[in-house]
Design a protein around this ligand. Structure first.
Ligand code: ADP
Length: 454
């Protein structure tokens, strides 16, 4: 087992990894930018090294600085968290070249899944259902038009290197295709330094359903079931739950078995998430695979009792899946996660600044993953996620009422947060009735349903 791990991230996920290491008896090294000097990961890690100024390009994304810190601290492994360098194949390669274990799959697998049209092809070959789409990169507007004629509108243009919902455009008619193609390409080039695009059939009002998997280095792969992530704004998730109200035990088992077989065949190791869209006929189509821990991993942890971050570390250390899991996965109850972002709840503009009061809720079945605290400052340079409020109930109804009361008792003052938006969602009869899809938030705002005091 590793004796010392460097956590190449910040905020709540850095703290989450530190928690896992403490429970495993592993020493931790935090890295931080000048803006995060007073952060909780710095306080709770055994060692902390400043790696640069606030801008992520000069600190958390600065590979030489991260590697130097790892070498100075003499760590045996690096946990990348999510975002930042977590899906950067070059980083994973440099880490391994330095004789340090990267806690995640191999650089080859990260690279394959990072080029989304290649990931589609690999999954298709392995027997995973995918949407009709371009086989590879669509190089020009002309090619895009030709391809669209074959499958018919609507289609969605997506960035090969995509993430965070950027570089995506829905196209409903021939006339708008050239302008949307150019806009997607420019957005992708600016966001990812790569303007390559591919296309897929657009599914109207789909559900976003993803499967959590764990894999060891000996070909064993297991699915831990699904998360329903249809509550999104601008293709970014806001609230997730498990199980999905639309999933049947048969479909769960069928997809789990296909994924176990296909990911074992490509040599996938460590944790991963396979994302699907579900259409009106309950058919699932692969859209992408994330080769890292997800923001929303706690909902799976709450229903399965498996610590996914500890599992990642144990699997990276070469342990076998049966030894990591200690028996069969028996999901129980229902879990919901609300992403509490430092944002205006209706305008969604970022809201950095000093938190003047902070009271997180507690009680049975409530979990909070956060690195925020009273008098702490939310810097303007980073992701707006400041806390994840997660609850578990014996069923969906209990999880909903527990979440509603926990949101009511969550006090954050000094900055705007998405708490009022979540209260509005939790009080909405459509959400309560499970009538949700990826256009839910748009509809909620269009109908102007108001937050209830409940
Ligand atoms: P990213 O990597 O940028 O997050 P994804 O491929 O994971 O992109 O898609 C993000 C979201 O965009 C999905 O959850 C869904 O809401 C929407 N989306 C993506 N592809 C399609 C599609 N073919 N049809 C309908 N919606 C889609």
């Amino acid at each position: 087992m590793f004796k010392k791990i460097l956590v190449a991230n910040r905020g709540e996920i850095a703290l989450r990894v530190i928690c896992a290491c403490k429970e495993l008896g592993i020493r931790t090294v935090a890295i931080y930018s000048e803006a995060d000097r007073n952060s909780l990961p710095v306080r709770f890690a055994d060692e902390a090294i400043c790696i640069g100024p606030p801008q992520i390009s000069q600190s958390y994304l600065n590979i030489p600085a991260v590697i130097s810190a790892a070498e100075i601290a003499n760590v045996e492994a690096i946990h990348p968290g999510y975002g930042l360098l977590s899906e950067n194949a070059n980083f994973a390669e440099v880490v391994e070249t330095c004789g340090i274990k990267f806690i995640g799959p191999s650089p080859e697998i990260i690279r394959l899944m990072g080029e989304k049209e290649k990931a589609r092809a690999a999954m298709k070959k392995a027997g995973v259902p995918i949407l009709p789409g371009s086989d590879g990169i669509v190089a020009s507007e002309l090619e895009a038009a030709e391809w669209t004629h074959q499958v018919g509108f609507p289609v969605i243009i997506k960035a090969s290197a995509g993430g965070g919902g950027r570089g995506m455009r829905i196209v409903r008619s021939e006339q708008e295709l050239p302008a949307l193609f150019k806009a997607a390409s420019a957005e992708a080039a600016a966001a990812f330094g790569n303007g390559d695009l591919y296309m897929e059939k657009y599914v109207e009002r789909p559900r976003h359903i993803e499967f959590q998997i764990l894999a060891d280095a000996y070909g064993n792969v297991i699915s831990l079931g699904e998360r329903e992530c249809s509550i999104q704004r601008r293709h970014q998730k806001l609230l997730e739950e498990s199980p999905s109200t639309r999933m049947t035990p048969e479909l769960r088992e069928q997809i789990g078995a296909i994924l176990a077989k296909s990911l074992s065949a490509i040599g996938y190791v460590n944790a991963g998430t396979v994302e699907f869209l579900m259409d009106d006929n309950e058919r699932l189509y692969f859209i992408e695979m994330n080769t890292r821990i997800q923001v929303e991993h706690p909902v799976t942890e709450m229903v399965t009792d498996v610590d996914l971050v500890k599992s990642q570390i144990l699997l990276a250390a070469g342990e076998r899946l049966p030894d990591v899991l200690h028996g069969p996965i028996l999901p129980r109850g229902h879990a919901i996660e609300c992403r509490i972002n430092a944002e205006h709840p209706e305008k969604f503009t970022p809201s950095a600044g000093k938190i003047t009061a902070f009271h997180p809720p507690g009680g049975t079945g409530v979990r909070i993953d956060t690195a925020a605290y009273a008098e702490g400052v939310i810097p303007p340079y980073y992701d707006s996620l400041i806390a994840k409020l997660v609850v578990r109930g014996k069923d969906r109804d209990e999880a909903i009422s527990r979440m509603a009361r926990a949101l009511e008792m969550f006090i954050v003052e000094g900055i705007y947060t998405t708490i009022p938006l979540h209260r509005r969602i939790l009080a909405d009869p459509d959400f309560r009735g499970g009538r949700i899809d990826t256009t839910y938030i748009e509809k909620l705002f269009a109908t102007g349903k108001k937050e209830s005091a409940a």
